[in-house]
Design a protein around this ligand. Structure first.
Ligand code: ATP
Ligand code: NI
Length: 414
């Protein structure tokens, strides 16, 4: 598409906010399956700032988890990131690659996609870390909890001591099934100081008797305690960015609240940026500063929490929130929207608005290839991707110019 072609010519990190630690541009991930090509993540753009919680919300199958995996370069065959950039702010890394790989560097930012594979891998843990819905996907059942966290601590220490020499074992924690096995041969070599740090981390995430519990195996932990242990493991690397994919979905409500509070506290105390992935609007409302709404592999709307909740622009977001979104609602739920999540099979997509079939406001234009429009209801960036939005603004504008100042601005913004 011409849109993608223009974007491909852009060089350097996208413009953004001075506090951005991550700028994702035009990121697409596809799965090449026997059934065909699945466009799981489609030209996604978003930014994450220092110490904020950025939420990604959407129905099942909308591409949230694949987006998370793409961020930290963990997409597995038959999947592949097919385009896009992941600009991460790290002045040291930028200095190191400025001469060697100039196209991967812009100011203090590096495009992790253009860094050598070993370096990308070494960023997992110290730069990016991930918490999954299922703790057993990142904890090994046959190694004590303390030992596993101590290993993560050692990876971080090595990375700090020498950013370049982080190869073989640096891939080794918090990163799910694909890595669990590879570490096994190296078990049992963690130092006492790493173990002590592991115990500290267990204490920090609220595990009672951490010195004793450290020597227990994952199956001896309850679900909530395991989730805490996994968070401790993810924190061991002192990551700049913690990606949490449905971190509380499997837990009962009380434990859920405890874990969310824990994440919030850690984020506030340590200034970690969190990417919070969830289908639960309650979690979003409670945790997030800014939010992106995902639908059919795209971020269809993004902005501050209050902008998106109070003045949703995209009809999908409006549908999700119900007719009267209420930020004070203690447990807002995703409204069921009639119809199904569309097929993400490439051959069935055809470039038009994927929501048109379910959209109460769909018009003929929506069946044409999609374009993007931007809106700015509040002080912050607020964008929505919808042909309809532009049309509606144009029409409303013509009808009642006085009442649509902000929408006029929107259009002049493009
Ligand atoms: N390994 C894979 N092989 C083929 N297709 C995949 C694979 N992993 C994900 N997909 C497809 O990518 C799309 C997005 O999936 P993803 O898991 O990101 O959705 P999600 O928003 O996280 O949903 P949920 O809320 O159910 O976790 C889906 O259509 C899914 O079928
Ligand atoms: Ni998911």
């Amino acid at each position: 598409m011409s849109d993608a072609a223009t974007r491909a010519e852009e060089t350097g990190a996208p413009e953004g906010h001075p506090d951005d630690v991550l700028r994702v541009r035009n990121l697409s991930t596809r799965f090449f399956t026997e059934e065909g090509q699945i466009n799981a993540v489609e030209s996604v753009d978003f930014t994450v700032r220092d110490g904020e919680v950025f939420g990604i919300v959407g129905e099942s199958g909308s591409g949230k988890s694949v987006t998370a995996l793409s961020l930290i370069d963990l997409v597995d065959s038959p999947g592949r990131i097919t385009q896009g950039e992941v600009w991460y702010r790290d002045a040291d890394l930028a200095d190191e690659f400025r001469d060697k790989t100039p196209e991967a560097v812009d100011g203090d930012f590096v495009d992790t996609r253009r860094l050598p594979k070993g370096v990308r891998r070494a960023l997992r843990g110290p730069a990016f870390s991930m918490v999954f819905q299922d703790p057993m996907s990142s904890l090994n059942p046959s190694v004590t909890v303390g030992e596993q966290i101590a290993e993560a601590v050692e990876v971080q220490r090595r990375a700090k001591a020498n950013p370049r020499r982080t190869r073989s074992r640096s891939q080794g924690y918090g990163m799910g099934r694909l890595i669990a096995d590879t570490l096994l041969p190296n078990r049992g070599f963690t130092s006492e100081s790493s173990m002590n740090r592991a115990i500290e981390l267990l204490e920090q995430v609220g595990i009672p008797d951490p010195a004793e519990r450290a020597h227990e195996y994952p199956h001896q932990f309850s679900g909530g305690m395991l989730q805490r242990a996994m968070i401790a493991q993810a924190l061991a690397g002192e990551p700049d960015i913690l990606v949490a994919d449905e971190p509380t979905t499997a837990l009962d409500v009380t434990i859920q609240a405890q874990i969310l509070n824990l994440l919030r506290d850690l984020q506030e105390q340590q200034g970690t940026s969190v990417v919070m992935i969830t289908h639960d609007l309650g979690v979003i409302a409670r945790m997030c500063n800014r939010v992106g709404v995902m639908y059919a592999g795209q971020i269809v709307e993004r902005g501050t929490l209050s902008d998106v909740f109070e003045t949703p622009v995209h009809p999908y977001t409006q549908g999700l929130l119900g007719s009267i979104p209420d930020l004070d609602d203690p447990a807002p739920r995703l409204q069921p929207i009639e119809g199904n999540v569309p097929s993400l099979l490439d051959e069935e997509m055809g470039g038009r608005c994927f929501f048109a079939d379910r959209c109460p406001k769909a018009m003929t234009d929506c069946l044409q290839p999609i374009s993007e429009s931007a809106a700015e209801p509040g002080s912050d960036e607020h964008t929505a991707r919808c042909v309809l939005t532009q049309r509606e603004f144009a029409e409303a504008d013509a009808l009642a110019p006085d009442h649509f100042d902000r929408n006029t601005e929107v259009r002049s913004d493009e």
